[in-house]
Design a protein around this ligand. Structure first.
Ligand code: GLN
Length: 192
């Protein structure tokens, strides 16, 4: 059985749990280092990356997650920011995906918007909700760009890490989570 953790610091935690349950996997809200040994993959929800960082420090999870090289991770919005090796103007957090991100990059007028977005590796266009979303300003060549909005990179994959600057968990579209579960399954297979 596959168990997917949802980082339980702050943000859209329950929404991700709902999506994962709809896809038939077990879930666990992760708040301690012990929780990490029980899961096959970890979702980092949207919310506020600076608040999440403070809580990661307080719960003693920053270093264990930074040092972990086996656990697949999927970050949405603030979660994407957590996964970047560089964050413009801020100290980077988990440093998994070699890319530079810019917070709140879509500007005030388009604070929030919704589009139907073609994503590489997913057959049907994905319903994408953007809320004060970051953009990926640049990626190292090893990173696979999965989606762009007007030339801004908004979804990427690198090795066992997937990130998008929108919120699939605020829609009924399960395709990004399904994509991540395939990454988790491939990783599990490799470890076995
Ligand atoms: N603006 C938030 C941040 O910088 C991200 C927004 C979100 O997750 N909806 O952390």
């Amino acid at each position: 059985m596959t168990t997917i953790g949802v980082l339980g610091m702050q943000g859209a935690i329950r929404e991700h749990v709902r999506m994962l349950e709809a896809l038939g996997v077990d879930t666990r809200v992760v708040r301690s280092v012990e929780d990490l040994s029980q899961i096959d993959g970890l979702v980092l929800p949207g919310g506020e990356s600076t608040a999440m960082r403070r809580l990661l420090d307080r719960y003693g999870l920053l270093e264990p997650l930074r040092d972990n090289t086996e656990l697949p991770m999927f970050g949405t919005c603030a979660g994407l920011i957590l996964l970047a090796t560089e964050v413009e103007g801020y100290d980077a957090h988990l440093r998994k995906i070699p890319m530079t991100v810019k917070r709140n990059a879509f500007g005030r007028q388009v604070d929030s918007f919704e589009v139907t977005l073609p994503v590489k590796g997913i057959d049907e266009a994905v319903e994408a909700v953007f809320i004060r979303a970051p953009q990926v300003a640049s990626v190292e060549p090893v990173v696979d760009v999965l989606a762009e909005v007007e030339e801004a990179i908004v979804a990427v994959r690198y090795d066992k890490y997937v990130a998008c600057s929108f919120h699939p968990e605020l829609t009924d579209d399960l395709s990004m989570h399904r994509y991540f579960l395939n990454v988790v399954a491939a990783n599990k297979h490799q470890l076995a």
